[in-house]
Design a protein around this ligand. Structure first.
Ligand code: PBG
Length: 332
């Protein structure tokens, strides 16, 4: 038998792209509002929506404004909000005691949100940096970021947040052993149902710059975070971190930053098949937004393409400052 010498390509992949209907039928992944977690910066005061210079379109909200914006998010169908406090500079100390104060800004915000919108999932950040005089996620002694001494402080933070009603705790500190310690403390205190989303594969990234402005930690950070956050050159190590955090009691895991680490998202999802989230961090938002504001990129299209990429990479959801805007587009 002679092979058929086709005068045409037997497989025309363009057939399935010919019309919008055919493209919709053959679309492999989808983005929906229920994939979005909205990170929000909060501050003291009343009636304040204070712009963050390096994050155009993002504001630090006083708690009354937080409730207004959260109400809009709920109406848009956004399932979760993640709180990040701009702590008064006077409350940043070496002992970080404000971090586990039951009446600190974050804990008051959790209570207010849960009272107003019980159906909205409230996520928190567990790390000492917004409360630390030197901007680090753990206690510092002679320039060394202490692992084991930091754990009890993180546990106290977690318990205060759980007590305030947080649904999802997000340890972002990268100390070894904190997930297990937090999990057993939660169980012992009667908070066994509280979810932990571990910032499992968190890289020592240049893309956090605008965030540190937003929480007022930029000028403070002494040195860098390379002794606890991951080396951007590593990939296998991310799998070890995820395996470790799952074995210690994490319910969900996160890869952070997002867009430069989509390969890590895919490996984590393929290897473990657990709820996997990516954080499209401040620097990623800032670069897309800056290009759009200059007219160099189409704002809506580049935003939606960047978010779809996370779904294609296997993520179940995305923490993104674009959440309200994306949700509005998805509602149309
Ligand atoms: C702090 C924390 C950081 C971010 C979330 N939690 C900054 C850091 O590790 O220095 C960054 C988020 C962003 O850039 O949007 N533990």
């Amino acid at each position: 038998m002679q092979p058929i010498q086709a005068a045409f390509p037997a497989t025309r992949l363009r057939r399935n792209r010919r019309t919008a209907a055919l493209r919709a039928l053959t679309q492999e992944n989808s983005l929906s509002v229920s994939d979005l977690i909205w990170p929000v910066f909060i501050r003291e005061g009343e009636g304040i929506e204070e712009p963050v210079a390096s994050l155009p379109g993002v504001n630090r909200l006083s708690l009354d404004r937080l409730l207004v914006r959260a109400g809009e998010a709920v109406a848009l169908g956004i399932p979760a909000i993640c709180l990040f406090p701009y702590t008064d500079q006077s409350l940043r100390t070496e002992d970080c005691a404000e971090a586990w104060n039951p009446e600190n800004l974050t804990n008051r915000a959790i209570r207010a949100l849960k009272a107003a919108f019980p159906e909205l999932a409230v996520m928190t950040d567990i790390a000492l940096d917004p409360y630390n005089a030197n901007g680090h996620d753990g206690f510092v002694e002679n320039g060394v970021i202490l692992n084991d001494a930091t754990i009890p402080a993180l546990v106290k933070m977690a318990l205060a947040q759980a007590e305030a009603g947080a649904d999802i705790l997000g340890p972002s500190d990268m100390m070894d052993g904190r997930i297990g310690a937090i999990r057993s403390a939660l169980e012992a205190a009667g908070y066994g149902d509280v979810t932990i989303m571990s910032y499992a594969a968190k890289y020592a990234s240049a893309f956090y710059g605008p965030f540190r402005d937003a929480v007022g930690a930029s000028g403070r950070l002494v040195g860098d975070k390379k002794t606890y956050q991951m080396n951007p050159a590593n990939s296998d190590e991310a799998l070890r971190l995820v395996a470790r955090d799952l074995s210690e009691g994490a319910d969900m895991v996160m890869v952070k930053p997002g867009m430069p680490y989509l390969d890590i998202c895919r490996r984590v999802k393929d290897e473990f098949g657990v709820p996997t989230f990516a954080y499209q961090v401040s620097g990623e938002y800032a670069m897309l937004r800056a290009a759009a504001l200059n007219g160099w990129l189409d704002a809506e299209k580049s935003m939606m393409e960047s978010l779809m990429a996370f779904k294609r990479a296997g993520c179940d959801g995305i923490l993104t400052y674009f959440a309200p805007e994306a949700a509005k587009l998805l509602q149309r």
